[in-house]
Design a protein around this ligand. Structure first.
Ligand code: UDP
Length: 339
């Protein structure tokens, strides 16, 4: 199948392009390159021996989406990765988040539906779930807009609402909501990985910068949570597993609306993740306990069994695979793609 990946030069999009090409599909990237590098396409070509053409433009602009269709269509499917994703920044700049994260969906749907796409695969988030009493989160767990702590998560849940309404009046269309847990890791080649601009907010890229000597120490945000070692637990998923989940969703897409959790289902604490990274590096990393970060939950992890039953997909890569691949990427690209 031929797929338009909006935000396809970004972290999850690029790994998905690789997985699509390796599975025999065609991938075209639409990306405004605000949070990634155009060099990604060259890296994808080196890994796959195939090409993922890049259309430089915004998924929020109907004209740019139309240009992608005119130059590279028709497409069987759109995958929508084009979003702002920094939780803290979203609290500071709610309008930027609501505008970008919804405008992209409107433009992609308008052009995509007018041009006969059969499926629309949306990057949602495990942060749409709002009640820790529901752990492990199934797809039916509580999702309540007013309970969500930040505009990033709210913008994703709002997208889900829009998409459900659009599907109702387009009964032949598949809309798949993929609720990601915490994507980490990098392609095992070390050619493609996460390249956050500035100081990373997320734990894994932060630890990687400490390991390479660019930051002095890992701050552990709280060790008095009600978890086995007192530090926060998350459901980290290797980005290549996540990418393969998109290929499975594409290949299994049937008319209708479906939501799937993409995670491992295994809660991993901050201390466990840092210890795994230390195994990858071969020595201890400087670290100290800091106060809790505002808005953090003690634990989030999913029940991924629906994706296994319905999509035939299951995450297979371990925590040590994730940290090893991040360390490999970080060493080979200490300054990111353009460094
Ligand atoms: N965390 C930490 N130090 C950091 C960044 C994050 O201890 O420098 C913790 C954070 O409190 C949470 C976990 O690591 O328990 C994952 O945080 P991240 O920002 O990566 O993901 P999210 O909280 O958005 O799921």
């Amino acid at each position: 199948m031929r797929v338009l990946l909006a935000g396809g030069a970004g972290y999850v999009g690029a790994h998905t392009a690789i997985a699509l090409i390796e599975a025999g599909h065609e991938a075209v990237l639409l990306d405004d390159l605000t949070n990634t590098s155009g060099l990604v396409t060259e890296r994808i070509a080196r890994i796959t021996g195939g090409r993922a053409p890049l259309v430089a433009g915004s998924a929020a602009h109907v004209d740019d989406v139309e240009r992608a269709f005119a130059e590279h269509g028709p497409f069987d499917s759109i995958m929508h990765f084009a979003a702002k994703k920094a939780v803290g920044e979203s609290v500071e700049k709610p309008l930027d988040y609501y505008a970008n994260n919804l405008d992209t969906t409107y433009a992609l749907l308008r052009v995509g539906i007018a041009n006969g796409i059969r499926s629309f695969i949306f990057s949602s988030t495990g942060t749409v779930y709002s009640d820790p009493a529901d752990l492990p989160f199934t797809e039916e767990a509580t999702r309540n807009l007013v309970d969500l702590s930040n505009p990033y998560s709210k913008s994703k849940l709002m997208n889900e609402v829009v998409l459900a309404d659009v599907q109702k009046v387009n009964p032949g269309l598949n809309i798949t909501l993929l609720r990601y847990f915490n994507p980490v890791g990098a392609h095992e080649s070390g050619l493609v990985g996460e390249d956050p601009k500035g100081t990373p907010n997320n734990l894994m890229p932060f630890v990687a910068r400490v390991a390479v000597g660019a930051l002095p120490e890992v701050g552990i945000f709280g060790d008095d949570y009600d978890t086995p070692d007192g530090t926060g637990q998350r459901d980290y998923i290797h980005v290549v597993d996540l990418a393969e989940g998109h290929v499975a969703a594409l290949e299994k897409a049937q008319p209708g609306l479906a939501a799937y959790n993409l995670g491992t289902g295994i809660p991993v604490s901050v201390r466990e993740l840092v210890a795994s990274f230390e195994r990858a590096v071969g020595h201890e990393l400087p670290k100290s306990v800091k106060p809790r970060r505002a808005g953090d939950l003690a634990a989030t992890y999913c029940d991924p069994s629906k994706a296994e039953h319905e999509l035939g997909w299951k995450a297979t890569r371990t925590l040590d695979d994730m940290t090893r691949d991040v360390w490999n990427w970080q060493q080979k690209n200490p300054g990111g793609y353009e460094g």
